[in-house]
Design a protein around this ligand. Structure first.
Ligand code: ATP
Length: 347
């Protein structure tokens, strides 16, 4: 019985999580997944109830689960609390606790929704790119780091195991998709880039079916705008992934459409890219698509049932042809759109 730890969180988190759980329950009926759901406080809701964003009971629940489904956390109500118990600090602690070193962010322009993209429809058509970002190493964490009156310094350093493990996640994802992987670095200027490229080449030997190419990050930024549909999976370091995943995230045209997964040693985490959107919370206005697609990624990457993930993606695409929430120019409520996805999933 796969156990799902559900952390609805704050703002629109509970609304979009309800939608994602409803879709997983319907998928369970169809595909016999035998899922078990356990709910835990997290983020601002946990600060209110327990005085900290990631209480022990939640930590234990996440550790015992096969996957974590998170809504969204934070909001103005908790902005004033001390940094150690900020809602966002809870998310960093969860990632660290579970050793989640790879962040997966797909950006897909669905058929018929090309008009939402800021790119010309003929360039946006068919975009389906997955950015795999190294999440726990690189220049954001490298030592030594510091600042004086006269200068400031940070360190970019990657070990072989750090590069190998994120490369493996990326090759595995590519093998579940269209068998193409683009590794992105700056090997023409940085030793770390050369090392990254060489290490990814070595890992490639285990994935002969996946076609591997290398790009410099500056060229890649241009390609993602001029011909984004040419890419399948992209793997890169923490800082380059931070920038490129944000760049790719604008391609589908709405924050409400973007799911994510964080994978690593412990329980994998699935969550929408968007935040808690306090401005629209509790009014049935939230687009649950990102949360539902995160549930789809949970099926693919945590349950190892890619056919279920694909069915959920297809149901969302079909529902979006009929009904849309206000952020996409429609008038469907969160529950109304979710109903359309459930109908499409049932076929
Ligand atoms: P955070 O800092 O927590 O990431 P943020 O303030 O940068 O949050 P979000 O909360 O992600 O940004 O959202 C910004 C705005 O986009 C929201 O105020 C809301 O109007 C809109 N938005 C975000 N997610 C959704 C959604 N799922 N459905 C509809 N609108 C959304």
């Amino acid at each position: 019985m796969p156990k799902i730890a559900v952390l609805p969180g704050d703002g629109i988190g509970p609304e979009v999580t309800d939608a994602a759980v409803a879709v997983l329950k319907r998928a369970d009926e169809i595909f016999d997944l035998k899922l078990e759901f356990d709910y835990f406080d997290f983020g601002g809701a946990a600060i209110d109830a327990h005085g900290e964003p990631y209480p022990e009971a939640t930590r234990r629940g996440v550790r015992a689960a096969d996957a974590t489904l998170l809504g969204a956390i934070g909001g103005p109500k908790w902005d004033g609390v001390p940094r150690e118990i900020r809602a966002e600090t809870g998310l960093l602690a969860l990632r660290k606790d579970q050793g989640l070193f790879a962040n997966l962010r797909p950006a897909r322009v669905l058929e018929g929704l090309e008009d939402l993209s800021p790119l010309k429809p003929e360039i946006a058509r068919g975009v389906d790119v997955l950015i795999v970002r190294e999440l726990t190493g690189g220049i954001y964490f490298g030592e030594p780091r510091g600042m004086s009156e006269a200068e400031a310094w940070n360190t970019l350093r990657y070990s072989r195991p750090e590069v190998e493990r994120v490369a493996r996640v990326a090759f595995e994802a590519a093998a579940k998709r269209r068998n193409k992987l683009t590794s992105v670095e700056k090997a023409n200027v940085l030793e770390v880039g050369e090392f990254w490229r060489r290490t990814v080449e070595e890992v490639a030997a285990d994935w002969p079916q996946v076609e591997l190419e290398h790009q410099y990050v500056d060229a890649m930024a241009m390609h993602l705008i001029t011909h984004p549909a040419d890419f399948d999976v992209v793997v890169t370091s923490n800082i380059f992934g931070d920038i490129l995943s944000d760049l790719a995230s604008v391609l589908p045209g709405s924050l409400g459409l973007l799911p994510s997964a964080s994978l690593g040693e412990g329980t994998p985490l699935f969550e929408p890219v968007h935040g808690s959107a306090p401005d629209i919370a509790g009014r049935g206005l939230a687009n649950p698509t990102a949360a539902i697609l995160s549930a789809g990624m949970l099926a693919t990457y945590a349950l190892e049932r890619p056919e279920v993930g694909t069915a959920i993606e297809n149901a969302v695409a079909a529902a979006l042809k009929r009904r849309r929430t206000p952020d996409l120019g429609g008038d469907a409520s969160t529950a109304g759109f979710t109903e359309a996805v459930l109908e499409s999933l049932a076929g």
